[in-house]
Design a protein around this ligand. Structure first.
Ligand code: HDE
Length: 758
């Protein structure tokens, strides 16, 4: 009936054809199939990591869409309605008093639509506003019940659904992905016994030791209050003013200024729980625990010049990367590792395990792998899931417990509190992405946006009218209830334990554990940040801080600032400081990962006159190895190859500049190479690839572009650079293998140390 009526009444009474009938019958090729949540059938665009290397369907046994099924909505083959379900015939014109008259107040359709629009935004997160998320599952390697009764670790092979959000800290919701910043790494486990949120970062320590200082820290790093500058950056006066007055930040600053703060991808970051937690078994016995997520794809970062250019070339670089990898079936994976130690062991450590500015070196307590997390499904809707997800450190489950880390203690309050204003009330746990899979029964009632319809007259406990239900889980033989570890109490006091005052030993440990290239990056990062600082006294104060870490570091930074290294900052503690040996695991380069060149993006530069066969061979070879090759040319369209055939160009150099690729191959072909050599963008492309230490393979005549770009000849012919390869046109074999090997190793940082800058 409704359908007929819609046809009977013209869609747009005034201008039939414009939006009316034509919109009802879309032209062939203009319809957009409704995406099905579990079978990804994405029509991947140019930049996608296609072709598919997986089905996109999560393995069985894991609730794939789980509790979100009941709220999924799509408008496929449905008429447009108001929010009250009233069909709308004209979605183009408001109701007017005459064609040229004023709009009628009674147009409830217009008013409902505009009113809803007016309220579409919610406050962004005060920190970690910019983020991206995905669904997946955690799988336990073994039965860990001897150590913890937490449900995800109950048996080997047990899978627990997760939702994971990665983020930057300082920038606003629309800021760029590749800024220098700490990255959030927040995991929500939907366990059988309630939600457990492990709200971590990609850096294992923090700037401050006490929650009392968090608002100060964040106020110092956010855009300055008078002019709102700068966005998503720590390189400004107020941040450096604050941290140089807080020497406890020295260790974290070393990580923040290292390549950790400019990851290549969310998929190539480690994650850390940061605080010391407790694991508790069914008998109530407990051990201390530090959580580590290690990416199976290895730890890889950008270089600063590249990160800065990507901000312009693709501000959504990390969001796109995560999305495309999952769409392509290249599911990112992390291994969960635990550092377990007893209270007695902790007492022997030369630092306090309640101090979040300290790590437990892996040499002291090894990391034991206990399971793997796989992200295999993109959200259906960014707002409903990624934006509305609410992580809270207070969300722990039986088997996990807090410690008295004073930073963690403050977080237990903050996260729940912040959701109440961000998500508009106390019922945010009912938003589908936040709702636990475990059943919820209590006597909490009412409040804004209540979804549940509670039945019966009883909303109190104890009661007899409801048969005493819901009853306390500790009763009636229930053994799974949450209970806290007993802790001895002392007098109330404002202060810190003595060991918290050692601010430099672990900063030095981090520094001496880096490779020379990584150390150089740290020095350069300090130079950059402090060059942006305008107040000279802050620069000097920073140098006096670094003088306590390492003389070479302090000297390197001082040189870049045109300053002398001043006297070291006075120490807060005169107790003998621990002397650490280098810890190789602190270098990013010690985890190349085990996924080889999978999902690495390779540009194949070509122009008219390219040798088509050789290009196709290389392209197919890379594709088969799981890499993502792209034919990049000065303009879009097709290439006229030397043999008369035509090849599709996938992207132009201007749309896909060098920083968006992990490596470059210069195709063979005399005319092609000559054309590229005369193209400023193409020369710039290989220069940047060279400068950013990425693998380069020039096939046959392709060499000409390298020469035109001024890539040092000594490196080309003597080939001491293991990431720079030349192949004769018809003998691509071994050179391509060398190139792939270099690509698996990510970058050749030696080039940075050796080569004269271009
Ligand atoms: Fe957070 N932090 N934080 N933080 N944090 C928030 O909660 C806070 C800290 C972290 O993807 C807020 O929901 C205090 C350490 C992540 O939604 C807020 C203190 C670590 C995320 C908050 C800290 C983190 C947040 C803002 C010091 C690593 C993003 C919005 C006492 C272990 C979660 C929100 C997501 C978000 C407070 C310190 C990680 C305001 C008070 C240390 C990954 O509640």
């Amino acid at each position: 009936g409704g359908q007929q009526m819609a046809h009977a009444m013209p869609f747009n009474a005034n201008k039939e054809g414009e939006h009316g009938e034509a919109a009802r019958e879309p032209q062939p090729g203009r319809t957009c199939p409704v995406p099905h949540p579990v079978s990804t059938s994405s029509t991947a665009g140019e930049t996608s990591a296609s072709p598919k290397t997986g089905s996109g369907v999560p393995p069985s046994g894991v609730c794939p869409a789980g509790h979100l099924d009941r709220v999924r909505a799509d408008g496929g083959e449905q008429p447009l309605t108001t929010n009250q379900g009233v069909p709308v015939a004209d979605n183009q014109n408001s109701l007017k008093v005459g064609l040229r008259g004023p709009t009628a107040m009674e147009d409830f359709i217009l008013r409902e639509k505009i009113t809803h629009f007016d309220h579409e935004r919610i406050p962004e997160r005060v920190v970690h506003a910019r983020g991206s998320a995905a669904h997946g599952y955690f799988e336990s390697y073994q039965d860990l019940s001897a150590i913890t009764r937490a449900a995800p670790f109950a048996e080997a092979g047990k899978r627990t659904p997760v939702f994971v959000r990665f983020s930057t800290v300082a920038g606003e919701r629309g800021s760029a992905d590749t800024v220098r910043d700490v990255r959030g790494f927040a995991v929500k486990f939907y366990t059988d016994e309630g939600n457990w949120d492990l709200v971590g970062n990609n850096i294992p320590v923090f700037f401050i030791q006490d929650a009392m200082k968090f608002p100060d820290l964040i106020h110092s790093v956010k855009p300055e209050p008078h002019n709102g500058i700068p966005q998503a950056a720590s390189a400004h006066d107020t941040f450096w003013d604050f941290v140089t007055l807080m020497p406890e930040s020295t260790h974290m600053l070393m990580w923040h200024l290292s390549d950790r703060a400019i990851p290549r991808s969310y998929r190539t970051m480690q994650g850390f729980g940061v605080h010391t937690f407790r694991l508790v078994n069914a008998d109530g016995a407990s051990v201390f625990c530090k959580f580590h997520w290690t990416p199976v794809g290895g730890t890889h970062s950008l270089v600063w010049d590249e990160a800065a250019k990507i901000i312009g070339a693709d501000p959504d670089y990390h969001r796109r990367d995560l999305w495309e990898a999952i769409e392509a079936g290249a599911y990112p994976e992390w291994e969960l590792g635990l550092q377990l130690f007893t209270e007695e062991q902790a007492e022997q450590f030369p630092f306090d395990v309640l101090d979040p500015t300290k790590i437990v070196p892996e040499e002291l307590v090894p990391v034991q792998p206990v399971g793997k997390m796989t992200l295999n499904r993109n959200p259906d809707n960014f707002f409903a899931e990624t934006e509305q997800v609410a992580f809270c450190t207070a969300h722990i489950v039986p088997g996990i417990d807090f410690t008295n880390d004073p930073l963690l203690q403050g977080r237990i309050h903050s996260y729940l509190d912040t959701q109440i204003s961000r998500l508009g009330g106390a019922n945010f746990h009912e938003i589908p992405i936040n709702a636990p899979l475990a059943p919820v029964h209590n006597n909490q009632r009412d409040g804004m946006h209540r979804q549940a319809v509670h039945r019966g007259r009883v909303a109190y406990e104890p009661n007899s009218l409801g048969g005493g239900c819901p009853f306390q889980a500790g009763m009636a033989g229930f053994t799974t209830a949450f209970s806290r570890m007993p802790q001895p109490l002392e007098d109330k006091v404002r202060g810190k334990p003595e060991l918290f005052a050692d601010h430099y030993s672990q900063a030095r440990l981090f520094w001496i554990s880096q490779t020379p290239a990584e150390q150089a990056h740290i020095v350069n990062a300090y130079r950059f940040e402090l060059s942006r600082v305008q107040v000279p006294a802050i620069r000097v104060r920073l140098l006096s801080m670094l003088a306590n870490v390492d003389p070479i570091l302090a000297e390197g930074v001082a040189q870049g600032l045109g300053l002398e290294v001043p006297d070291p900052m006075p120490l807060a503690s005169h107790a003998p400081a621990p002397q650490y040996e280098p810890s190789p695991s602190l270098s990013l380069l010690t985890r190349p990962g085990s996924t080889g060149i999978k999902t690495r993006k390779v540009a194949i530069l070509a122009a008219h006159g390219v040798e088509a066969d050789s290009l196709k061979t290389v392209y197919a070879d890379l594709l088969a190895a799981g890499a993502v090759p792209r034919v990049v040319a000065p303009q879009l369209g097709q290439l006229a190859a030397a043999d008369g055939s035509r090849l599709d160009i996938e992207i132009s150099i201007e749309a896909g500049p060098a920083v968006l690729y992990d490596a470059v191959i210069i195709a063979d072909g005399v005319a092609s190479a000559a054309m590229l050599a005369s193209d400023a963008d193409a020369r710039d492309f290989v220069r940047q690839q060279f400068r950013h230490c990425k693998p380069i393979l020039a096939i046959g005549a392709g060499k000409e572009l390298l020469q035109a770009a001024g890539i040092p000849a000594a490196l080309q012919d003597g080939a001491p650079d293991p990431a720079l390869w030349m192949a004769a046109g018809d003998a691509v074999g071994p050179e391509l293998e060398h190139f792939k090997h270099a690509l698996a190793g990510h970058r050749n940082f030696q080039r940075e140390m050796d080569a004269a800058p271009l």
